[in-house]
Design a protein. Structure first.
Length: 201
């Protein structure tokens, strides 16, 4: 019986390891392989990730609509789980930058409460959103932001534009670890009024 239980446990562990995939994007990535040797765009990467997977961002500056971390468009209603979050991280901390060029939102998570849950974002920088967006827009639950810097919202627009650097409006159970927000914007950091919202840092 002990041998049987050990075999079952080993098979379950092996199965979990096999199911979790590692995929790669780069600033010039194309195609659908999303491998280390043949990276894809961020849009394709987000479309392929599922619970437990890790998406790696290779070094460089990401520009253009298909290279923004726009979960609202490219991974709508996609979530990880408490035991298997979806992770997006830089291959080298600080080596990847998502540049909205003043016309796009570099990091957009969710469109309404609960649409993107259990995600981890780590090791990259985001900057220069458009006037109608945030540099980082977090609209989900159980999210982790680790070693991320965000700066400059709104581009060359009027001060009344909705150009916050970092917004958590509304969200719940958000962890910030070694992050920064700075530069220009109507506000540097705002949080919503969700009574169940929990922020930790």
């Amino acid at each position: 019986m002990r041998a049987l239980l050990g075999t079952i446990l080993l098979l379950c562990t092996w199965s979990s390891a096999v199911l979790a995939a590692e995929r790669f994007a780069s600033p010039t990535g194309t195609g659908t392989a999303c491998s280390d040797a043949a990276p894809c765009s961020v849009e394709t990467l987000l479309g392929q990730l599922v619970a437990g997977d890790t998406g790696w961002l290779k070094d460089g500056v990401y520009q253009g609509a298909a290279y923004m971390l726009n979960l609202a468009s490219f991974a709508a209603n996609k979530s990880g789980t408490s035991g298997a979050p979806i992770t997006v991280r830089a291959v080298n901390d600080g080596g990847a930058r998502i540049d909205g060029q003043g016309v796009r939102g570099p990091l957009v998570v969710g469109t309404s409460p609960g649409t993107n849950n259990w995600w981890v974002f780590q090791g990259f920088d985001v900057h220069d959103s458009n006037a109608a967006n945030f540099v980082v827009w977090a609209y989900g639950q159980n999210l982790v932001f680790r070693r991320i810097c965000a700066w400059n919202a709104g581009g060359a627009t009027d001060a009344a534009a909705n150009n916050q650097v970092w917004g958590v409006v509304p969200a719940a159970n958000i962890l910030f670890e070694d992050v920064c927000w700075l530069g220009t914007g109507r506000n540097i950091f705002i949080e919503g009024s969700n009574p169940e919202q929990g922020l930790a840092g």
